[in-house]
Design a protein around this ligand. Structure first.
Ligand SMILES: *Cc1c(COP(=O)(O)O)cnc(C)c1O
Length: 403
């Protein structure tokens, strides 16, 4: 079968793997090896000089990992991908690649807590500065760009406020100024949003989340369109900083990835039903889910996403005390950070994922003590709803809230 022009639903299962090259094994074999043998000293010389292609050492490439990279490149409509040992290894690799001392990174209004930590460290140690912008209009983006800006680093939807950034708009302005655009696409997965199609230069993922989807691996992926640039990244930052993925984790992700499309459809379907339920719940105030007509950015959502995924944030009446009481009253839903798993998870960003961000900055981002983030899982939606319902009822009774 021609592997070139297949749909995403087929690519998650087949792309990059030819069984006849692997003893006809149906499942991708796990090459759990650190190094590879050369048939002669001369062959070793040819492999190192690049005269002959082939495996050398697993930090420079591994057959199981390479299949994962090819599959992900296809899913993001990119030319090339690199796999890393964590989402943060992918984030740090690309930021090291595009910046040098004196440069400035322009970020979306919200970014992942550890990305924030990394940028703070780069500022302190290497004088690479950063700033934040809502990036909502051309004028606003223009005004945020400095002479020393080299890239725009975007998350959309933004964690945990679910605010969107218009990718086509960012690309338009970035192009005018010769800036690279980097998009953290973790929240949508490559099945729901493909930033390279909207002009981004690099897309990255915490594969820990939807891509693996089974809550048993930490990994990251970076995708780009410029083959030469990506090869350069592989042979410099990836090889020499060395934050690579283990073959076993790549193998687990290949296994999880086979159901990405089915999982994302169900996550999105369950989430939409829960948004309607939350809208009818008196103790819940703001429901933040962009792929819904009630959201102010629904038009942007429809333009760049095919569905909303499983993340819903909402505010609960009664502040931190009510939020924590509510979480403790849940029975089926687990209290945990991370997202994109089969299990429905809930967390309290102000005291958990975003607790490292100073309170004033947090409040500006809309991350108050009333905010909860729900990662809707794959259980039957009625069971998720029933659990939320009984916990909301306990909050109403305990805090004597009028219905
Ligand atoms: C989890 C996450 C990361 C970091 O990924 P790790 O795999 O935990 O290193 C980066 N960005 C986003 C949006 C995330 O959710």
């Amino acid at each position: 079968m021609n592997n070139e022009f297949i749909k995403k639903e087929t690519a998650v299962i087949h792309k990059g793997y030819l069984s006849h090259q692997h003893h006809d094994s149906l499942s991708v074999p796990l090459y759990q090896t650190s190094t590879f043998t050369f048939s002669s000293a001369e062959q070793g010389e040819r492999r190192f000089s690049g005269e002959e292609s082939g495996n050398i050492y697993s930090r420079l490439g591994n057959p199981t990992v390479r299949i994962l990279e090819e599959r992900i490149a296809e899913l993001e409509n990119g030319q090339s991908a690199l796999a890393f040992g964590s989402g943060m290894a992918a984030v740090s690799a690309i930021l090291i690649h595009v910046t040098k001392t004196g440069d400035h990174v322009l970020c979306s209004r919200g970014i992942y807590g550890c990305t924030f930590g990394l940028l703070e460290m780069m500022d302190e140690k290497y004088n690479i500065s950063h700033s934040f912008s809502a990036l909502s209009t051309e004028q606003e983006i223009e005004a945020s760009i400095r002479p020393e800006t080299v890239c725009i680093y975007v998350e959309t939807p933004i964690n945990p406020t679910m605010e969107l950034v218009d990718l086509a708009l960012v690309h338009k302005v970035a192009q005018k100024h010769g800036l690279k655009v980097i998009v953290d696409n973790t929240f949508s997965s490559p099945y729901l949003q493909n930033p390279l199609d909207f002009g981004a230069d690099y897309v990255l993922h915490s594969a820990t989340k939807y891509i693996n989807g089974h809550g048993d691996v930490i990994a990251g992926l970076l995708i780009g369109n410029d083959m030469e640039d990506m090869m350069n990244l592989r042979m410099t930052v990836q090889k020499d900083v060395g934050g690579i993925i283990s073959p076993f984790d790549a193998w687990l992700i290949l296994r999880g990835l086979k159901t990405l499309h089915i999982r994302m459809d169900r996550h999105s379907e369950n989430a939409l039903k829960l948004v309607s339920f939350l809208q009818s719940t008196p103790v819940v105030t703001d429901i933040l889910y962009p792929f819904h007509p009630s959201h102010p950015q629904f038009e942007i959502a429809k333009k760049q996403m095919t569905a909303g995924g499983g993340l819903i944030s909402f505010n609960i009446k009664g502040g931190k005390e009510a939020a924590q009481y509510f979480m403790n009253a849940l029975q089926l839903i687990k209290i945990a950070v991370s997202l994109g798993d089969a299990e429905t998870l809930i967390q309290h960003p102000a005291t958990m994922t975003h607790s490292v961000i100073p309170e004033v900055d947090r409040e500006k981002m809309g991350i108050t003590h009333s905010l909860l983030r729900l990662s809707v899982g794959l259980e039957h939606v009625d069971d998720i709803m029933a659990d939320l319902e009984q916990a909301f009822a306990k909050v109403e009774t305990h805090f004597a809230m009028a219905k």
